[in-house]
Design a binder for this molecule. Structure first.
Ligand code: NAD
Length: 290
């Protein structure tokens, strides 16, 4: 297939590389001039879009996505698919889908879970929103970049699933880190806490698959000095998106709001910027009750 790929950063770069490795013809564009082995670097958005059957975007936020989509969409061939894999607000995802429809294009919002490791290994989970036709067209490509794809509903449903998932993740990571810090102060060994909780009702992905304590449980960013992984500022971004969505539909999400406040404090006023989101554990461990 002829694929245009826009945004070759931490996530987009390895995703584009995996498509090229699978034998697809990938034209890649990034404003930062990033080049990826196996991907043909092109000089503009238009060059990435023209002749492509599919254009994939992996960009920082909804405002950038909207600007890029405004330039890509008029150049794309009728019937082609624009698939955005970035994490953006539901409103931007729907606006881009409407613009695609008005130009005779298919579209899919397909944000990912799995982080940089998942992008490199081709083991991402995709949560997709859009028509059955767009989903069917994209599935073979998503299967190369990921291990699981769920069609969540119409345009915006992929982004909705992503922010709900990450609102749970933010809250459970904080709860898990709090519990480790409390165990330390009570005098309970971290390994014993892990042994109990990972097989009990307090278990979660945060405890079992991403254990935030160094040397305990599975290997995770905690064992690598909390280098991300999934950066605390990206968790903050996703929690902001979840609260933006909650406000827009008048949903009561107090745990999400509290998690947002804690990550904002950690990233903006403490030393959380650039650390993995599981570095909440040393943060709690260093604090006393206020
Ligand atoms: P990144 O900043 O590494 O990559 C984004 C890339 O987009 C950059 O290389 C930038 O130069 C490029 N870009 C910006 N504006 C552009 C434009 N107008 N035209 C072309 N290229 C442009 O970010 P990332 O970590 O790869 O994340 C990308 C998206 O994936 C974000 O929406 C993020 O929330 C989401 N995400 C990231 C992770 C993660 O662990 N990094 C996990 C899940 C989801």
């Amino acid at each position: 297939m002829k694929i245009g790929f826009v945004g070759l950063g931490n996530m987009g770069g390895p995703m584009a590389a995996n498509l090229a490795k699978a034998g697809h013809e990938v034209a890649g564009f990034d404003v930062a001039g990033i080049t990826i082995e196996g991907v043909n670097s092109v000089a503009s958005l238009a060059d990435a879009a023209k002749d492509a059957q599919v254009v994939i975007t992996m960009l920082p936020n909804g405002a950038i996505l909207r600007g890029v989509a405004d330039e890509l969409i008029p150049v794309m061939a009728k019937g082609a698919v624009l698939c955005d894999c970035s994490t953006v607000d539901v409103e931007s995802a729907r606006a881009v889908a409407n613009l695609c429809a008005s130009h005779g294009l298919e579209s899919l919002d397909a944000p990912v879970s799995g982080g940089i490791g998942g992008a490199q290994a081709g083991t991402l989970t995709f949560m997709a929103g859009g028509s059955a036709k767009a989903f069917a067209a994209m599935t073979p490509l998503l299967d190369i970049m990921g291990k699981k794809t769920v069609h969540c509903g119409d345009a915006g449903a992929g982004q909705a699933a992503k922010i709900c998932n990450n609102m749970i993740l933010g809250a459970t990571m904080i709860a898990t880190c709090e519990a480790f810090a409390l165990a330390d102060k009570i005098g309970l060994d971290r390994r014993k806490l892990y042994d109990v909780v990972s097989t009990s009702s307090g278990s979660s992905w945060s405890m079992n698959a991403y254990t935030p304590a160094p040397g305990v449980g599975v290997p995770s960013p905690a064992d690598n000095d909390y280098k991300p992984g999934f950066a605390a500022e990206l968790m903050l971004k996703d929690l902001r998106l979840s609260q933006q969505a909650a406000r827009s539909v008048d949903a009561d999400t107090p745990m999400g709001q509290l998690a947002l406040g804690l990550y904002a404090q950690f990233v903006e006023n403490e030393d959380g910027l650039g650390k993995d989101f599981s570095a909440m554990l040393p943060r709690f461990a260093s604090k006393s009750r206020e």
